[in-house]
Design a protein around this ligand. Structure first.
Ligand code: ADP
Length: 195
């Protein structure tokens, strides 16, 4: 089984992907918890450096790097783990690339086309949370932002995620305004019914 967690930065996907991995392990399942961009491959490192403004590249190049990183991630980690009977959980996958990428690249079809060959998750949990709350949570994490600009950007990115819900299957929208424990219970109820 292959499960993806997606949503705006600060919406709580990392927290819940970790909790789900722990819950599954406690219940005797073998789990691979992973994330994108990967960070442990050359391509992943390049992406992280670009996101941290250590060097610049064009928007299209960045999308291609995300796709290259994903192709390696699937081939070397995700697919072998699935073949091995593990439940694979990824914190972010191609929905995030498309939704975030659509801010800078004005060609939805091209962005989607880059992910055409990639395995679709059996379940995608999409965390729904207003941009201003995401920003508050991220600020709690110690980053600073141009508030207004960021709010508007995140709103556009969320529109991209919403569009994807009409274009792909197996998506569960999570009301991320709830308490951590309540979201955890909801996610567990969905996963439990599928394993
Ligand atoms: P993401 O991975 O989507 O960027 P995180 O899981 O890192 O988000 O969460 C961002 C911040 O919000 C963290 O400080 C986390 O502890 C907090 N957080 C996560 N889920 C909730 C929630 N349901 N309610 C309140 N705070 C939350």
């Amino acid at each position: 089984m292959f499960i993806a967690f997606e949503g705006l930065d600060g919406s709580g996907s990392s927290t819940q992907s970790r909790l789900l991995a722990e819950k599954l392990e406690t219940n005797g399942h073998a789990v691979l918890l992973t994330k994108e961009p990967t960070g442990d491959t050359q391509t992943g490192k390049m992406i992280r450096d670009i996101l941290q403004h250590k060097w610049k590249c064009g928007s299209e190049s960045l999308q291609l790097l995300f796709s290259a990183d994903r192709a390696e991630h699937l081939k070397n980690k995700i697919e072998p783990a699935i073949q091995n009977g593990q439940i694979v959980i990824t914190d972010r996958y191609f929905f995030s690339t498309i939704a975030y990428g659509s801010l800078a690249v004005d060609d939805w079809g091209w962005l989607k086309c880059l992910s055409k060959k990639f395995r679709l998750p059996d379940i995608t949990f999409l965390f729904k949370l207003a941009p201003e709350i995401c920003i508050q949570r991220i600020q709690g994490r110690g980053s600073d932002f141009e508030l207004f600009e960021e709010n508007e950007k995140l709103g556009k990115i969320w529109k991209g995620y919403e569009k994807l819900t009409n274009e792909y299957d197996n998506i569960q929208i999570v009301d991320a305004t709830q308490k951590i424990e309540d979201i955890e219970k909801y996610i567990w109820s969905v996963v439990k019914s599928r394993i």
